[in-house]
Design a binder for this molecule. Structure first.
Ligand code: OGA
Ligand code: NI
Length: 357
């Protein structure tokens, strides 16, 4: 996809290697570029507050579908995030993807660098994203980004040959996740009350999909750094897999950060900016961030469900009839993504609100 190639990020230190030197020596400080202001570090965090749970099995069962649809609507309108259970993805597919992604990050730095981002290929590969100036604060993580779909867009130079099953595991995971996404989009179209659900589904035709696996090394001064800066996702929806069970994801709810606990067997689903726009604000794309742990690494993998680059992104015409005015300006998706990748992550206002009317 063109936009993944237009995104650029300035080179920065490898955080995993940096963390190893800090953790191994006494007295070494976290470099200033990673240290956040006291205000950021002091923001209130609420724990023990569970996300809504959506049960795909109940959505698919005609006896419980209507009730569960209301549940889905509540989650998408009030939280923009939910835990998806009974998603039907084979356990083995999930375990294989987790194992191989985790194993990739254990390879020696030089082996991982064989898949490093290349100047002409934008964000694909091992490295960073959203670093646009020498002075901005940096996230305490390393990222690995791949275009998964359409399959002909895959650039196999970036697909690790180590571990040997990585490619097939990620391919199978993507195929299963795509089924889940398609199914959720259908139910969302119904929940939005669309007379023609196809109008929503056709925006996602071809189901372009990217993956970002993120490695958050432990940090001796975990409270001073941020794993992933606050942002909203620029895609349609995101499926987030906790590759290990270390907590770190936080979402903004009623002005406070809410810590999301990994839930065994569930996928975390969130609404992205594109679905917020398509739904004319009925569904919300919520600001979130990731923190790091003092002594344990954290690994997560996000699958971003995209729309094709030449899509004219705007609220669905069926939802802006009569007194319901469009709340977002129209924009070609490719331009929308260029704007997203050209700025540092700075909460959701910096991007989505740019298109608000
Ligand atoms: C992302 C993201 C959260 C996490 O990659 O966009 O929000 O917990 N990840 O790693
Ligand atoms: Ni995100």
């Amino acid at each position: 996809m063109a936009y993944a190639k237009t995104g650029r990020s300035l080179p920065v230190p490898n955080v995993q290697a940096l963390a190893q030197t800090l953790n191994g020596s006494s007295g070494e400080q976290v470099p200033e570029r990673f240290v956040r202001t006291e205000e950021v570090c002091a923001e209130e965090v609420v724990s023990g507050c569970a996300l809504p749970i959506v049960d795909l099995g109940r959505l698919l069962d005609p006896r419980s579908s209507e009730e569960e649809l209301a549940n889905l609507g509540f989650a998408c309108q009030e939280w923009g995030f939910f835990q998806l259970i009974n998603h039907g993805m084979p356990e083995e597919v999930i375990q294989d993807a987790k194992r191989d992604i985790a194993e990739f990050f254990t390879l020696p730095l030089e082996a991982k660098k064989a898949y490093a981002q290349l100047p002409e290929s934008g964000l694909q590969g091992y490295g960073q994203a959203f670093v646009v100036s020498e002075t901005q604060k940096l996230d305490w993580c390393d990222r690995f980004f791949l275009i998964l779909r359409p399959t002909e867009s895959r650039d196999m130079r970036f697909w690790p040959a180590q571990p040997p099953s990585f490619r097939s595991s990620v391919d199978r995971y993507s195929a299963e996740a795509t089924k889940v996404v398609w199914c959720l989009l259908r139910f969302m179209a119904t929940e939005m009350g669309l007379e023609e659900p196809e109008r929503l589904l056709e925006v996602f035709e071809g189901l372009p999909q990217n993956m970002r696996a993120t490695y958050y090394p432990p940090c001796v001064e975990a409270g001073k750094v941020i794993g992933l800066s606050p942002h909203s996702d620029a895609c349609g929806m995101t499926l987030l897999l906790h590759v290990n069970d270390v907590q770190g994801l936080q979402i903004k709810k009623d002005g406070k950060w809410v810590a999301v606990e990994p839930m065994n067997g569930a996928l975390v689903v969130n609404i992205g900016d594109v679905l917020e726009i398509l739904s004319n604000g009925r569904y919300i794309s919520v600001e979130h961030r990731a923190t790091v742990h003092q002594s344990r690494e954290r690994i997560s993998t996000a699958l971003f469900q995209q729309v094709s680059p030449d899509t004219m992104l705007r609220p669905l015409p069926e939802l802006v009839k009569g007194s319901n005015k469009a709340r977002y300006r129209s924009v070609i998706h490719e331009d929308f993504m260029k704007h997203y990748f050209s700025t540092k992550l700075d909460g959701r206002r910096s991007h989505l609100d740019h298109y608000k009317i």
